[in-house]
Structures are given as structure tokens and as C-alpha cells.
Design a protein around this ligand. Structure first.
Ligand code: F0G
Length: 439
């Protein structure tokens, strides 16, 4: 995004696209929103989209497509086996990441299922910087366990660390020592840690962590679902990346890993997923699982139209002008809310602005779900639907008891290219209203 100067005020984030198709929104009166929230059992997932003004639940599968993506969707090659759409997608991914082998899957968690089925045996450990809900569920379902080794600072709600998603290298060495390398199914690094505020990982940390894994013969896996935001932060926050292109940074990261997978509901502005494998034998060892769980090896549960949209979307994810819109809008939102005294996760990360519910509603004890309560309040007071990212989103313990989340957050996601700055201003007004009025 070019640094556009303004004559009489500080720069504001700019949309580097124009809107060509619109969807009408509906802002219900407050009393009706209260009724809708009650009908939904105080669960924002149960709300109907038509009753929502600002849907900030997720950035997954709801990003705006470009004219070029739509054009690509008009010329797919429909075939059960051997679709040219698949080969175009595979070649584009090889061009970007340098991995020869591609296993298609219908979305990110489907890739996680395949990886878990292939590598996780009862008692094994999967090392991560931080877990994502679906990833962990597949691993524990198969009798494995997850070790989360993000640096301690990553879990502090507020500080000015540029890469709060970095894994702690000392903890990594110690964990391998404790578990035994042969008992580690793989190490998975999430590029842009979803559950702790979309916080990015530095290229240096990817390099250091993968070098340790390599030394111990442990397979390294990159979850690239949130990679496009991460790349933006590498470029603007990491000295060594300042003069690199987004493609060069992508290749530098990819070069560290054995396997990359992603949800194309995020990466690629479409809906789908894929697992990329560097080694031929490793690829063949997973091949059988795709027809069993997803679909034939050249569609993996995706429509050919979506694969065409993804192929164009991957190229768009390599454009700084395109990938900066999300993080810049989020940064604006976080800074404004912070200035009003709303406790935010800082610095702003990718995928959305994150409110620290533990502090915002500090009178609600954790066993009464502070994030769950606050997310409902945002809908009632503004027609804004966020997502609970706290204890409610955690897996229960095997005995059914509560596992308290390390952070209680409300995520206000900013789907890419969807909202305008005036809509973001509206959200800032409604969320901060509580701080500046007596109501
Ligand atoms: N990995 C990460 C980092 C994710 O954020 C997600 C999904 C997945 C994997 C799973 O991909 O949804 O295509 O099956 N995150 C969504 C969200 C659900 O709202 O944050 P999926």
C-alpha cells in the first residue's frame, strides 16, 4: 500500500480497490437485537446473518473476491480426474513455494486431519508455537498431545514486541529432550497465531526453529493459513526483510519446511485447502488418505471453480498493495480503541482486532465466560458479531471439566477487502462507547 500523504491530517489506511458488487446490510433496532441474541441462546454462532450489521466473526471464507478471480471461475476445467484447474493450481503453488507435490483438501482442518492420521500415534507429541482449535482436536482424537512453546511475552496482552508468535527456542530444545525426538510426530508452526491475537512469526524464528527440528530429525510443518498477514509484518517489521519482495520472503520461509498446508478460506481469498510436500516418498505416504477423506487427488473435495479462484488469489497474496489492507485496517482499529481506553491486544496483528475481555469485563470470573459475555454485548449494542476466543473455544478436559484458556479475547475479524473505513469507524464508536458514556 503506497504511503499516501494528506494535506491536513495524518495518513489513514486506504482501500486500494473499488467496490463493484455490494450486499445490502440490515441494522436492526437495539431491542430487536436483544431478542435475536436471546433466541440465539447468547451464542453468536447461532445468529442469522440477516440480523447482523457488521459480521466480524471470522476472516474465513468471507473475504471479497477480485474481478480477476471471478473471471478465472468462468473457465474451469471440470473433470473427476486430471482437471486442468488442479494442475494450474498446483503449478502456481510450486511457483510460489517451490514444493513439487500437492495434495488438495476441501479446507484447512481437512489438511490437519490428513497430517494427524499420517503422523500421530497414541502418546506422541506435536510441538507448536500455539495451537489452533481444529489442529489440536485432530491430534488429541488420535491419542497425541500438543506442546505449546510460544515465548512467554506472546501471551502478555500488551507489549511492543513485533513478533509475538515466535516459538521459544530454549523451550523447544528442552521439550525435544523431554519427549524424545522419536516421540515428536512433527513440529507445526502457525504463521500468524490465530488464538493469541493473529500475532506474527519472524523469518529468523522460522529459520532457527526449523534448524533445531532438522538437527533432531523432526518433520517441520508450516500452517500457512494466515501467511499473507504474516508476510506483511515480515516486510514492515523485520529489518532483514525490508528490501525483499513478498515473493522472496515467502520463498525464504518455505525453504525451511518439509510440509506446508493452508486453509484457502484465508490464504487465497477463496474456499479450499492443500498440503504441499517437498519429498516424493513423504507425498506418496499420504496420497491414499486424500481419496478416502476428501475426494480424488485432483480435486480433494473442492469445486474446480474454487480452484481457479484460489490460483488467482495466491498471486494476489503476493502483492503488497493487496495484503496490506487487512493489517493496516486492524492497526487503525486497535490504535483508536486503545486511545479510548479499550483494553486491546497490542501491537495489532493479522486477521482482526482483539479485545482483552479479562480486562474489559474484569468483574466476570473466568468460569462465567467473560469473552462469551462481551461478544454478546457487542452484538446487542452495535449489531456487531465478533467471535469468542477464550474458554468457550477450548476443548474440555477428557473428564468433561473446564480447561481455562490462557487468554480471554473477543476477536473482531476484518475479512479482507470487505469493509470500508467508515464501517470500521462505526465499530470503534460502538465498542468504545462503554468507556466514554455513563450507560
Ligand atoms: N489453521 C489456522 C491458523 C486457522 O486459523 C484455521 C481456521 C484453520 C487452520 C482451519 O482451517 O477453517 O479452513 O478448516 N480458522 C477459522 C477462523 C475457522 O475463524 O479463525 P479451515
Amino acid at each position: 500500500m503506497p504511503a499516501i500523504k494528506f494535506y491536513d491530517h495524518e495518513p489513514i489506511p486506504m482501500e486500494m480497490h473499488k467496490v463493484k458488487i455490494v450486499q445490502q446490510l440490515n441494522l436492526l433496532p437495539t431491542a430487536e437485537r436483544l431478542e435475536r441474541m436471546k433466541d440465539a441462546g447468547f451464542n453468536t454462532f447461532q445468529l442469522h446473518n440477516g440480523d447482523i450489521f457488521m459480521d466480524m466473526l471470522t476472516d474465513s471464507g468471507v473475504n471479497a473476491m477480485s474481478d480477476k478471480q471471478l473471471a478465472g471461475m468462468m473457465t474451469p476445467d471440470d473433470a473427476y480426474a486430471g482437471s486442468e484447474s488442479f494442475y494450474r493450481m498446483r503449478d502456481k503453488l510450486e511457483d510460489i513455494f517451490g514444493f513439487k507435490y500437492c495434495l488438495p483438501a476441501h479446507q484447512g482442518r481437512a489438511c490437519e486431519n490428513i497430517l494427524a492420521e499420517r503422523f500421530v500415534k497414541p502418546g506422541m507429541c506435536v510441538i507448536m508455537n500455539y495451537h489452533f482449535t481444529t489442529t489440536k482436536a485432530h491430534i488429541t482424537r488420535l491419542g497425541g498431545h500438543v506442546e505449546e512453546l510460544v515465548k512467554d511475552e506472546g501471551l502478555q496482552p500488551q507489549n511492543d514486541l513485533p513478533f509475538k508468535g515466535d516459538i521459544d527456542l530454549d523451550k523447544l530444545e528442552a521439550c525435544i529432550e523431554k519427549e524424545g525426538a522419536e516421540n515428536v510426530a512433527f513440529m507445526r508452526l502457525e504463521s500468524g497465531t490465530n488464538l493469541i491475537g493473529g500475532q506474527p512469526v519472524s523469518v529468523q524464528n522460522f529459520k532457527d526453529a526449523c534448524a533445531i527440528a532438522r538437527k533432531h530429525g523432526i518433520i517441520s510443518v508450516l500452517d500457512a493459513s494466515l501467511l499473507q498477514d504474516n508476510l506483511y509484518f515480515n516486510k514492515v517489521r523485520e529489518e532483514d526483510c525490508k528490501d525483499m519482495t513478498i515473493r522472496e520472503i515467502t520463498r525464504e520461509i518455505a525453504d525451511q519446511f518439509d510440509i506446508i498446508y493452508f486453509s484457502a478460506r484465508k490464504f487465497g481469498f477463496a474456499r479450499g485447502g492443500a498440503i504441499l510436500v517437498r519429498d516424493e516418498a513423504l507425498f506418496h505416504s499420504m496420497e491414499d488418505l486424500i481419496p478416502m477423506f476428501e475426494g480424488f487427488l485432483t480435486y480433494g473435495g473442492m469445486s474446480v471453480r474454487e480452484m481457479e479462484a484460489m490460483t488467482v488469489g495466491f498471486d494476489e497474496s503476493m502483492e503488497m498493495d493487496i495484503i496490506s489492507q487487512g493489517p493496516q485496517f486492524i492497526d487503525y482499529c486497535v490504535k483508536q480503541l486503545d486511545a479510548y481506553g479499550v483494553p486491546m491486544i497490542t501491537p495489532g496483528g493479522g486477521l482482526g482486532a482483539h479485545v482483552n475481555a479479562s480486562e474489559f469485563v474484569s468483574h466476570i470470573p473466568q468460569q462465567e465466560y467473560p469473552s462469551g459475555a462481551l461478544v454478546c454485548a457487542f452484538y446487542i449494542c452495535g449489531g456487531i458479531r465478533g467471535m469468542e476466543r477464550g474458554t468457550l473455544s477450548e476443548e474440555r478436559n477428557p473428564d468433561g471439566s473446564e480447561r481455562f484458556a490462557s487468554m480471554e479475547l473477543v476477536r473482531l475479524a476484518l475479512p479482507r477487502r470487505v469493509f470500508t473505513l467508515s464501517q470500521v469507524e462505526y465499530v470503534i464508536d460502538r465498542v468504545s462507547g462503554y468507556m466514554i458514556t455513563d450507560i
